[in-house]
Design a protein around this ligand. Structure first.
Ligand SMILES: Nc1ncnc2c1ncn2[C@@H]1O[C@H](COP(=O)(O)OP(=O)(O)OP(=O)(O)O)[C@@H](O)[C@H]1O
Ligand SMILES: [Mg+2]
Length: 274
């Protein structure tokens, strides 16, 4: 496990909406993560330290597939402009990610969004490999609970030996909350991400957490997994780790800011010189 993980993620969180060094003019590494719920853009400096970033909720991708091509391009252009105005220079290239198991044509579609937004797409990385560039797990499982899906990847000697992805993610949490409280989805979404509300929402979403945990348990069963590391925005929901630990019987950890692990890892793969 990466010894500097928490400080790296805390720095990434601070870089969202801010710039540490607005005079920076060196090489940059850029990552674009087009997600079901959030699209994230992260810029790192030459030493792979977070410089600036931004993210936006949008329904342009579903389970790794671009469903709104024009919307995705417009969104990414907007995120790019936003970060460029803070940095004071133009971004010209980026790496992007894709969930394991999506067809090659879909990976190309994602890369085409990046290109159409004015960025030379230098690398396309599968999300668990990107996440593990940050986590640096040798043996164990990485579970990515995003908006639409839960992704599971098992690592041996630092390499992915198995990966799977199943529907059930943060969107389902919000749907269950909307149903239980009889409020619109958007209101449920806003309520859910407010940490102060999560204690009272816990009984409502607990069955969805158990569903996520059951999915994880089924996927890791054939492997001798000793530790699970949870990433993705939904891993922010208070109390999810103990549920996964209880159902799987495997020690479960969540780094601070789990939502930025994969986008950060994608940015790290944008390697060549500018
Ligand atoms: N603090 C929070 N507490 C609970 N849920 C959160 C929090 N922050 C974000 N989320 C949820 O995390 C999800 C987004 O996470 P993430 O950005 O990892 O997903 P994604 O990559 O867009 O989706 P997918 O990986 O399924 O394509 C959303 O459902 C959002 O509501
Ligand atoms: Mg994701």
């Amino acid at each position: 496990m990466n010894a500097h993980l928490d400080s790296l993620l805390a720095q990434t969180d601070r870089a969202m909406g801010a710039v540490f060094n607005s005079h920076y003019r060196g090489e940059v590494h850029v990552g674009v993560d087009l997600g079901t719920a959030y699209t994230v853009l992260i810029v790192l400096d030459a030493d792979y330290r977070p410089l600036a970033g931004t993210y936006r909720f949008a329904n342009v991708v579903r389970d790794g597939l671009v469903v709104d091509f024009i919307g995705a391009i417009d969104l990414l252009r907007e995120l790019k402009r936003n970060v460029e105005s803070r940095l004071g220079f133009e971004l010209t290239h980026a790496a992007t990610g894709y969930p394991p198991g999506v067809p090659l044509a879909e990976v190309r579609a994602t890369a085409n969004v990046v290109r159409a937004a004015g960025l030379d797409c230098r690398a396309e990385v599968d999300e668990p490999t990107a996440a593990n560039a940050v986590l640096q797990i040798r043996d164990g499982a990485v579970v990515d609970v995003g908006g639409g899906t839960t992704g599971i990847a098992v690592f041996r000697d630092g390499h992915v030996v198995y990966s799977g992805d199943e529907a059930t993610g943060g969107t389902h949490f919000s749907l269950v909350i909307a149903g239980a409280l009889n409020i619109p989805f958007e209101d449920a979404e806003n309520l859910k991400v407010d940490a102060r509300q999560q204690d009272r929402l816990y009984p409502i979403v607990r069955p969805v957490m158990e569903k996520v945990a059951t999915i994880v348990a089924r996927h890791i069963r054939p492997f001798d997994v000793e530790t699970i590391c949870m990433v993705g925005g939904t891993s922010n929901f208070k109390g999810i780790a103990p549920v996964v630990e209880e159902v799987t019987g495997v020690k479960t950890l969540i780094p601070v800011q789990p939502m930025f692990v994969t986008p950060l890892g994608i940015a790290m793969q944008d390697r060549s010189e500018q």
